[in-house]
Ligand binder design. Sequence first.
Ligand SMILES: Cc1cc2nc3c(=O)[nH]c(=O)nc-3n(C[C@H](O)[C@H](O)[C@H](O)COP(=O)(O)OP(=O)(O)OC[C@H]3O[C@@H](n4cnc5c(N)ncnc54)[C@H](O)[C@@H]3O)c2cc1C
Length: 408
Amino acid sequence: MKSAETIVIGSGPAGLSAAISCKQKPVLVLEKNTSAGKKLLIAGSGRCNLTHDSDIKDFFDHYGLNARFLKTALLNYSNRQLIDFFKEKGLDIYIDKNGKVFPESDSSANVLSVLLKCCKENEVEVVYKQNVISVKHKNGQFAVRTPTESYLCKNIIVATGGKSYVNTGSTGDGYEIARSFGHTIVTPKPALTPVYSNSLNLVQLAGVTLQNLLICLYRKNKKIAEHKGDVVFTHKGLSGPGILDFSRQFEAGDLLKLNFTGLHSDDFRHYFIAAVEMDGKSTVQSFLKRFDIPKSLIQTVLGKYKIDPTDNLAEITKAERITITNDFCEFEVAVTRMGGFDVAMVTAGGVHLSEVSSRTMESKLVSGLYFAGEVLDIDGDTGGYNLQAAFSTGHLAGKSISNRGLGV
Ligand SMILES: Cc1cc2nc3c(=O)[nH]c(=O)nc-3n(C[C@H](O)[C@H](O)[C@H](O)COP(=O)(O)OP(=O)(O)OC[C@H]3O[C@@H](n4cnc5c(N)ncnc54)[C@H](O)[C@@H]3O)c2cc1C
């Protein structure tokens, strides 16, 4: 039986951040894989969008309804502190035009090496091939079991991630560990997922990207929400940050209406009529291009109604004008199904936040038990918000354990 003051389960960003900030040593990180941070390595397509460059208070608009829980964690360890941490450790950082923060090398591997080096400097041991199968509380200590080893510790941090991209090791084990201590688990759901639609033949549009598009969400013929963001047409539906970030509100059966013109349909109709009067010899295609709509999209939509894109505006009938207005201002995509855990960038749901202290990340049910990262019922938007949440909650959990040791 091995013993440690603190055991962290999981070597993702939350677990490593927790281990680095924890002064209650020895600290052991138990990782089921043969190496650390497999999901971190694929973050941002391997470029690792670490966090976002904005006022930390703006972050609270990026975690849906559960953002409040993150207040202490984010203020205690903000995006600026995270950036400074990496810079101090020699990792150069850059910010792209959308405010996303990346390592200068565009390599997640460099981010991970900084974290692992820091673990070493802080005498944190990361033990691999340790799949934690049970955690029990006995006589004020936690007994942790893997198939090959048993451990005892005073404090335990569950940082096992969500349950998407299971080949990275995030298989939802933390939910079972939390449940075994009486915690409620908000049903895990894939989040930041693309939308699949059978409603139209999208193959011709695959790859078309539209920036800052207004997307309106309709359920049972009623508009229930809207969102602006970049949208990418795929072979089977829609993706891109605008869809992924909005996806936490979608259900199969919903209808999405995309506005390609940036104008309300009434304003577009008036503009169209004025263009017919003033510039009737202009083609429909060149008229629509004024709205920066890609040619392939114009041709596909007009093709649906057998309207020739090279027709003059003056030749367009009233019925065709109505059709064009409807499709370009409210292009309908029926949501047939949402992407599953195999494609979800994060998991919504997880350990119920009402049972965890937002000031320390400690369980309100069991003293000495902490949670950090995506295992919690937290999911953020694209743009670096999920990694920041993992780093901040991890940091807070580790720091809280340190304070506890000092009797703070
Ligand atoms: C394709 C993709 C791209 C992404 N890109 C970005 C991005 O650019 N920016 C961003 O902010 N977010 C991004 N995310 C989300 C982000 O990577 C996650 O939110 C973040 O990794 C969560 O950190 P975590 O430490 O909580 O969990 P994880 O990173 O999932 O780490 C959990 C660790 O726990 C280990 N573990 C699990 N169960 C056990 C067990 N029983 N015993 C021992 N070990 C266990 C796992 O093997 C894993 O190593 C992306 C996600 C995906 C899938």
